[in-house]
Write a protein that binds this ligand. Structure first.
Ligand SMILES: [Zn+2]
Length: 252
């Protein structure tokens, strides 16, 4: 076995794995529109694939829980197929997963999120769980660990959804969900009030995605490539596997 993926393991295998693994990764995605060129499970597929790579890199210190294939996506509901959880539902699901795994002896958790819309909810869940149970909780939106590549290589002012960054990650990890012949630039409403404020560092505006883009995507997907995807994912793996090395032996 090169990575401990719980849904693919039997209980005796898991019992054995827990001799060395003391951190559970919980991949968290979404079911939401990603333009004409990416399947709606994009964030779930990326979270799951990234966790599998991270578990391999950090073997045998971590186990990976089943992916949460839904997220908090009310801002995408104007496009067909999007399914959203209420924030309190995601918080409750995370609590039940942590509570179950804690019973099997796991005390450390890393929530690995692939969808920006989940971030504030995950922050609340982490805060609650770390106070309520005898556990340590860390959480990441994993592409945030690839800051250098993103800063150096992405030129679009507004990106972060079905854009060159996300298409590149998919081309590298889950190419089967990319409609390669339909990749296009974001058709953005440049002068919309909401778009002006998506990049503000001092104020957040709650908006619907169809206010800021007509085709559902941002940035310029045509600039995506498997090479860029590899650089992003490798930088994120470096950062998070280094974190896991420290987290697995940290004492509080
Ligand atoms: Zn996405």
């Amino acid at each position: 076995m090169e990575a401990y993926i719980l849904p693919k393991m039997t209980w005796p295998e898991i019992k054995e794995a827990l001799q060395t693994a003391n951190i559970a990764l919980i991949p968290i995605g979404a079911q939401e529109q990603h333009g004409h060129h990416l399947a709606e499970g994009c964030d779930s597929y990326r979270a799951e694939a990234f966790c599998a790579l991270l578990a391999k890199r950090s073997f045998p210190k971590v186990v990976v829980a089943p992916t949460i294939n839904y997220g908090v996506s009310p801002h995408h509901m104007d496009f067909p197929g999007t399914i959203t959880l209420r924030p309190e539902t995601l918080i409750a699901v995370l609590e039940d997963i942590v509570h179950s795994l804690e019973r099997h002896g796991i005390k450390k958790f890393l929530f690995v999120n692939a969808h920006g819309g989940n971030s504030t909810t995950i922050g609340v869940a982490a805060e609650n769980l770390a106070r309520k149970y005898d556990v340590e909780i860390a959480h990441t939106k994993f592409v945030d660990a690839a800051k250098n590549v993103i800063q150096e290589e992405i030129e679009s002012t507004h990106f972060g959804h079905a854009c060159e960054r996300e298409i590149s990650e998919c081309l590298y990890m889950v190419p089967e969900i990319v409609r390669k012949d339909l990749v296009e630039k974001g058709d953005m409403n440049e002068d919309s009030f909401a778009l002006q404020y998506t990049k503000s560092d001092f104020v957040k505006v709650v908006y619907q995605f169809n206010e800021i883009t007509n085709n559902g995507n941002l940035g310029d997907g045509t600039k995506g490539s498997v090479e860029l995807g590899e650089k992003i994912i490798e930088e994120a793996l470096d950062g998070l596997s280094a974190f896991i090395d420290e987290f697995s032996v940290s004492k509080r």
